[in-house]
Design a protein. Structure first.
Length: 168
C-alpha cells in the first residue's frame, strides 16, 4: 500500500516535471500542444474513490496552473477528465475488468482498449481546455483543429510512454 502511494507520488512529480520543462516547449505553429500530465489521472487505480480521484485531479490541475499562470484552465479541464473517467470505464469495459484490482494499462487491457480509453479522455480534456482558452466560438474551427491535433499528439506520447515504462 505505501509502496503504491510512493509510486503514484513519483509518477506525479515526474509527469509534472516533464510537462513543465519539456512538453510546454513543444508548440508547432500554435496548433499542437501536448499535455502529458493527464497520464497521472489516466493511470490511477480502478478502485479509487470518486472524491479522491477528483481531489487528485484538482491538485494536478492547480499545480500545472500555478506554474503556467493559466488561472484555473487546466484545473477545470483535469476535473472534467476525472469526472468522465468512471463513466468511460463503465462504457468501454466489462464489469469484471473494472472490478479487478490494479490500474488501466496496455498490457492488462489490450492496446485497442487503452487507445480508446486514453483518446476519448484526452479529447474531452483538450476540448475543455482549448475552448476555455479561446473563450469564443468565433474561431470554432480553428480551436477544433487545435483540439484534434493536440489530442492525437498527446495520445501518441501517452501510448509511447506506457509502452516504454509499464511492466508486462
Amino acid at each position: 500500500m505505501a509502496r503504491d502511494i510512493l509510486k503514484y507520488i513519483g509518477l506525479f512529480v515526474l509527469l509534472l516535471f516533464l510537462q513543465l520543462f519539456i512538453f510546454n516547449n513543444i508548440q508547432l505553429s500554435g496548433y499542437i500542444n501536448p499535455y502529458i500530465y493527464i497520464l497521472f489521472i489516466l493511470l490511477l487505480p480502478y478502485e479509487i474513490s470518486g472524491w479522491l480521484l477528483l481531489g487528485l485531479a484538482f491538485i494536478t490541475g492547480i499545480c500545472v496552473d500555478s506554474f503556467m499562470n493559466t488561472y484555473g484552465m487546466h484545473t477545470s479541464a483535469t476535473l472534467l477528465l476525472a469526472f468522465l473517467r468512471p463513466y468511460l470505464l463503465r462504457l468501454i469495459s466489462s464489469r469484471e475488468d473494472v472490478d479487478k484490482k490494479g490500474s488501466p494499462s496496455i498490457y492488462s487491457n489490450g492496446f485497442t482498449w487503452f487507445l480508446k480509453y486514453a483518446f476519448f479522455l484526452t479529447l474531452a480534456h483538450h476540448f475543455m481546455l482549448f475552448f476555455i482558452e479561446s473563450f469564443t466560438f468565433t474561431t470554432f474551427f480553428h480551436t477544433l483543429l487545435r483540439v484534434v491535433l493536440s489530442t492525437i499528439v498527446t495520445t501518441s506520447f501517452i501510448l509511447l510512454s506506457t509502452f516504454l515504462f509499464s511492466k508486462k
